[in-house]
Design a protein around this ligand. Structure first.
Ligand code: RNT
Ligand code: ZN
Length: 417
């Protein structure tokens, strides 16, 4: 049977429960996911030599890591060629490209250092999101925006301001809004004596960064919270409550990374509450395995629940979706492609769910039928709809994309340094 035949049969099966598969595919095509550049080189970037710091870690030593802007761009193209639809790229300030003698420290970064990224995006008709980099730097060995050392704190405030200007430039160049996400690794390994003072300084630093005059229709500032990091187990300055309150007060957005909460706490349960109070919600979708390990996103229960909250609440254009993982133990292009496709599969799965019917069962208290249906839906011909979506988007169906990745690995990746 051809992909079209299978799709036709699946369409009939879904129609019987009131789901329109054509409409689902149309909707899915409009959802753009921000693909993080940092999966391509284990969060190294181009502006420093030292190790990855900030209490995050990429483990593994798979060959072929991108070591230059050209290689990273080539790899991003390769990954995108195997993912259906059009998406965005998510950059970090440490991916600044220095040509000749325009090298500067992070407090002096400017749009010229991102011109080539803007061109890259414009040529492909895609948008760019951006992140200041408050880690992997000699001045980030202790605290950054919450530092008691005024020189260090000012350095990072200047970095934040520079990043707002760069984000505005990227938005202007691409013609698409730029989501600028602030995350700082500041915190303490052991029980702090004073939790308040660092947070007060962080608050003041953020106020100073946001005092820059910028076009709010172009730059969407988000603030990402976190419960702990490696070496920062007892206290983080940017806790969830801090970020939630700060964002609400200042009219920026709170960004939730699903690796940044206590292990049994889930982001899928938080989305509805956020949607009730905010115009938009920002997410980093990742997969924490026992800790904030940043494993590749799978088509697993929590990813599906996150997608369900977005789709069921008709909030695809109110949720800013970005991925955040870094696995250096497998082919890095495959990591990107698997994660992107899985996020899309989760969205499709949600788009093929008869939410109104299920909601009525909940409201009327028929939890028996609700369970029966929810479980049976898992075995509906979802894969046939997904394969058809890949086909009409001219990307390989099923696991067929692996052959292209293997070929690219032997032709390109294994010949790197
Ligand atoms: C760290 C945060 C943050 C980073 C990226 C590289 O725990 O999740 O989003 O992963 O900025
Ligand atoms: Zn994150």
């Amino acid at each position: 049977m051809t992909t079209e035949h299978r799709y036709f049969n699946a369409k009939e099966a879904y129609k019987r429960i009131g789901v329109d598969t054509d409409y689902a595919l149309e909707k899915l095509n409009k959802i753009h996911i921000s693909m993080h550049c940092w999966q391509g080189d284990d969060v190294r970037g181009f502006d420093h030599e030292g190790p990855l710091s900030g209490g995050i870690q990429a483990t593994g030593n798979y060959p072929g890591r991108a070591g230059s802007p050209e290689e990273l761009m080539q790899d991003i193209d390769m990954a995108f060629s195997l993912v259906p639809g059009r998406h965005k790229i998510n950059l970090h300030a440490c991916y600044a490209i220095f040509d000749g003698n325009n090298r500067v420290d992070r407090d002096k970064l400017s749009p010229i250092h991102f011109e080539r990224w803007a061109d890259f995006a414009k040529e492909r008709g895609i948008g760019i999101d951006f992140n200041p980099t408050f880690f992997s730097h000699p001045k980030a060995e202790h605290l950054t925006l919450s530092s008691p050392d005024e020189d260090i704190r000012n350095f990072w405030i200047e970095h934040g301001k520079a990043c707002i200007r760069i984000s505005e430039y990227l938005a202007t160049q691409t013609g698409m809004p730029c989501v600028m996400n602030i995350w700082i690794p500041d915190g303490y390994k052991d029980v702090p004596a004073d939790r308040y003072t660092p947070r007060a300084r962080f608050k003041d630093s953020l106020d100073k960064i946001l005092s820059v005059d910028y076009d709010k229709s172009k730059v969407i500032v988000t603030l990402e919270s976190k419960v702990f990091g490696i070496g920062l187990e007892s206290y983080t300055v940017g806790s969830h409550e801090f970020c939630l309150k700060y964002a609400a007060e200042k009219g920026i957005l709170c960004l939730m990374d699903n690796g940044h909460y206590h292990p049994t706490e889930v982001v899928s349960d938080k989305i509805s509450s956020m949607l009730l109070f905010d115009s938009m919600v920002a997410l980093h979708v990742t997969r924490p395995v026992r800790w904030d390990s940043d494993h590749v996103v799978l088509f697993d229960d929590e990813t599906r629940e996150i997608a369900k909250e977005i789709i069921k609440n008709d909030a695809a254009d109110r949720v800013l979706l970005a991925l955040d993982f870094f696995d250096a133990s497998i082919n890095r292009i495959a990591a990107w492609v698997v994660g992107m496709r899985n996020m899309q599969k989760a969205l499709l799965y949600a788009l093929l769910t008869p939410h109104r019917l299920l909601g009525q069962l909940q409201e009327s208290g028929d939890f028996t039928k609700l369970m029966v249906l929810q479980e049976e839906l898992k075995l509906y011909p979802f894969g046939d709809v997904w394969n058809y979506f890949c086909k009409i988007n001219h990307v390989p169906e099923r696991e067929d994309y692996l052959a292209s990745i293997r070929d690219y690995e032997s032709r390109v990746l294994l010949n790197r340094r």
